[in-house]
Structure formats: structure tokens, C-alpha cells
Design a protein around this ligand. Sequence first.
Ligand code: ADP
Ligand code: ADP
Length: 224
Amino acid sequence: MEIKAKELSKVYGSGESRIVAVDKVDLEIAANDFISIMGPSGSGKSTLLHLLSGLDKPTSGSLTYDGKDIYGFADRELSAFRRQRIGFIFQQFNLLPVLTAKENIIMPLLLDKKQPDEAYLKLLTELLGISERLTHLPHELSGGQQQRVAIARALIAQPDIVFADEPTGNLDSKSGGEVMDMLRDIWHRTGKTLVIITHDNRIAKMAERQFVIMDGVLSEVTAR
Ligand code: ADP
Ligand code: ADP
């Protein structure tokens, strides 16, 4: 899937309190791209991720997925599009505490009344090293294991693109490194688009295309 953002901007407030959180961002993301967007706190990373993934609407500018203007979708159409085509990984894992690891992983499919492809589920959980942990509740797992469950959940519907917002932000450097190695391995094997938001330079450097955002202005660091 090809994603094109043109002059994407998000402005909060007005007058004295006016903030340009995302400032005329032009970005083309190709299928199979592995992108990192690095910037300090308050630079506009989360806002840009929300715009790119259709969680939030821009003040101006356009965003297309394979030529389709996703902000032109009706709300229900956009939610279904996000559930089926986009995977999200969050800093806080966002697992449901009363469900087992497996139930958490397949939840996005159940919401669409679909059954998991057991072979794909097995492959994913083996790649992530959690196949022996599927009947455990989140609190019985380490932070790194919880994030790996969340990654399996993000991938179970076989989305075209995965957005990860500070995926290692709550992990120590060892388990954070393991999670990143696994994400990169899965990216290689599945050929999905991966966009990672981070303030950590070591994580940003793992991506093939590296961007920096400062005061809402996005620049590509890698030569193309
Ligand atoms: P980052 O993710 O890099 O920390 P954000 O995208 O969260 O940055 O924020 C970018 C700027 O926009 C910051 O100055 C922040 O205070 C401001 N901002 C973010 N969300 C809102 C909001 N809902 N209302 C007003 N200002 C906001
Ligand atoms: P932060 O980056 O502020 O620590 P998160 O990364 O946990 O917060 O979540 C980022 C945003 O994504 C939240 O503001 C929330 O509105 C949205 N969000 C969280 N979970 C989901 C979800 N499962 N589906 C869609 N949007 C979500």
C-alpha cells in the first residue's frame, strides 16, 4: 500500500496559544518501507502518527492510501479500514487484563466476526517467542512478553502497515532491544510497512528510512 501525505498540517488553539503541531508535512511511504520518525518530546510525533493513521483529522493538507482520500471516508468506514489495514503498537501495550494472551491477540478479528488463521497465529507467536505463553494473563507476563503479545495483536489481521508509538518506551534496554529485533525480523519476513515513532536514537537507526521531526517540521535524514 502506498501512502501519500501532502502539506499535512495540524494546528491547535488560536491567538497566543496557537501551536502548529504538524507543519506542512510531505511524505510518501512505499509498501515495504521501514521508517523511523525521531524527535524530542513535544515535537509533533504523536500528532503526526495520529494524522497518518486516520485517528485524527488535519487542519489542512491531504492523505491518500493507494490514491484514496481516507479523511473522506465516513467514520464507520474509516474505523473498519483501520481495523483491517492498519496495525497499532503502543507504548502502554493496552492489553485487556482479564483476557489471556491468545484472546488479546485475536480480539481484533473477533470484533470483525472473523476467526484467526491458526497457521498464521502459530507462525507469529513462534517468531515472537510467546507460543508457550498463550494461556497466560497479561499480569503473568514480563513487560517484554506483554509487548510481544501486543505486536501479535497488531499483526493478526494481516494489515498492510503497522504504526508503533514508542514501542520500547516502557521496557528496559535488553527487552526493548529484543522487541525491536523481532519487529525487524517480522518486517523482513512479511514485507509489511513499518513506521516507528521514537525519541531513542538507537531505535531510529534500525530503520531503513530515518526522519527527524522538530517543531512539526519533518525532514528525511537518510539519503534516497
Ligand atoms: P510528541 O508526540 O513529539 O511529544 P505531540 O504530537 O504530542 O508531540 O505534541 C506536539 C505539540 O502539540 C506540543 O506542543 C503539544 O503540546 C501540542 N498538542 C498536542 N496535542 C494537543 C491538544 N490536543 N491540544 C493542544 N495542543 C496539543
Ligand atoms: P501516548 O503516546 O500518549 O503514551 P498511546 O501510545 O498509548 O499514548 O496511544 C496513543 C493514542 O492512540 C491515544 O491517544 C489513543 O487515543 C489512541 N489509541 C489507543 N489505543 C487505541 C486503539 N486500540 N485503537 C485506536 N486508537 C487507539
